[in-house]
Design a protein around this ligand. Structure first.
Ligand code: C2E
Ligand code: MG
Ligand code: MG
Ligand code: MG
Length: 282
């Protein structure tokens, strides 16, 4: 098909695209070394329990501060690493740091659950279960204090292997969350098959609930559906007080977003935990 091949040719000669490809490739070559050099670090974004009105945990988000290029977004380097099958070292690093931080906070007597993002690609990695187990044992974190966040993908639905690995993770006693819920394909099918404890409603729905009636209805019915299935609900992207109040009214379990706290360093996180309640955190 000529139009198609012309489109393809055009694509290959698009300088902006070439630049993007080479930028991604050069990033990738540097990522593992960057981890060793300490350029990659973890930001923690607080998660807030809407019934108890307190911070109960945080999500670990990878950050790369490049010495020349400055801060690089995870959207940039994680997609590149995933495409090349080079996400393992980054995941191990994030798991180790995040589990270590959570263990230290729990030892001080503050119940604290840490959420770590796991690339769905890793659900083909038979060693994942062992590596998660190892991280928990190394820092002596109770498994129920770790949540693994998985983004919806088509690949997982069909893969028996992925589901077996998920069962292995569940057997360890860690929690499973479906991330960015509502944005993937075949959402209901996914919800049925994945043994998740928690679903995280994508921020694109949460942001609109104050002004957009259909967003409100979708969030509300998702909460009801999740609760009927025995899962808890986290709302992502909470930026305004009115949204938070609305979510509490709809019986949402947990909120996360800039209103409660931006992704922050460990020191700030510990401070946020000392105050815990929203008035002081926000
Ligand atoms: P995610 O897991 O859905 O994480 C939530 C993203 O939303 C974060 O972006 C966070 O900074 C942002 N966010 C949180 N609250 C608000 C808000 O109120 N308003 C707005 N506008 N944004 C908010 P971030 O840190 O840039 O991460 C982007 C994505 O990169 C993450 O989406 C996750 O999929 C991926 N990611 C980050 N760290 C890791 C990691 O260690 N491993 C893997 N596999 N993926 C990661
Ligand atoms: Mg996440
Ligand atoms: Mg998300
Ligand atoms: Mg996301």
């Amino acid at each position: 098909n000529e139009a198609w091949s012309q489109g393809l040719r055009w694509k290959y000669h698009d300088p902006a695209r070439e630049e993007e490809v080479s930028w991604r490739l050069s990033l990738l070559g540097e990522l593992d070394a960057a981890i060793d050099k300490g350029e990659v670090w973890i930001a923690y974004q607080p998660q807030y329990d809407l019934r108890r009105n307190q911070v109960i945990g945080a999500e670990a988000l990878a950050r790369w501060t490049h010495p020349d290029k400055g801060p690089i977004s995870p959207a940039e380097f994680i997609v590149a690493a995933e495409q090349q099958g080079r996400i393992t070292k980054l995941t191990d690093f994030v798991l180790d740091r995040a589990v270590s931080t959570a263990a230290a906070i729990n030892r001080r007597g503050t119940p604290f659950t840490i959420a770590v993002n796991i690339s769905p690609r890793l659900l083909t990695d038979r060693e994942l279960v062992g590596r998660v187990k190892h991280a928990l044992a190394r820092h002596q974190l109770p498994p129920e204090r770790l949540t693994l966040e998985l983004t919806e993908t088509e690949s997982l639905q069909s893969a028996e292997e992925g589901l077996a690995i998920l069962d292995g993770l569940r057997a360890l006693g860690v929690r499973i969350a479906i991330d960015d819920y509502g944005t993937g394909l075949s959402t209901l099918d996914y919800l049925k098959k994945i043994p998740a404890n928690e679903i995280k409603i994508d921020q694109s729905f949460v942001k609109g609930i104050k002004v957009n009636r259909s967003d409100l209805i979708m969030v509300q019915s998702t909460i009801a559906l999740a609760h009927s299935l025995g899962r808890s609900v986290v709302a992502e992207g909470v930026e305004e007080r009115a949204t938070l109040d609305q979510l509490a009214e709809m019986d949402c379990d947990v909120a996360q977003g800039f209103l409660i706290g931006r992704p922050m360093g460990v020191r700030e996180l510990v401070q946020a935990l000392q105050v815990r309640s929203l008035r002081s955190v926000a």
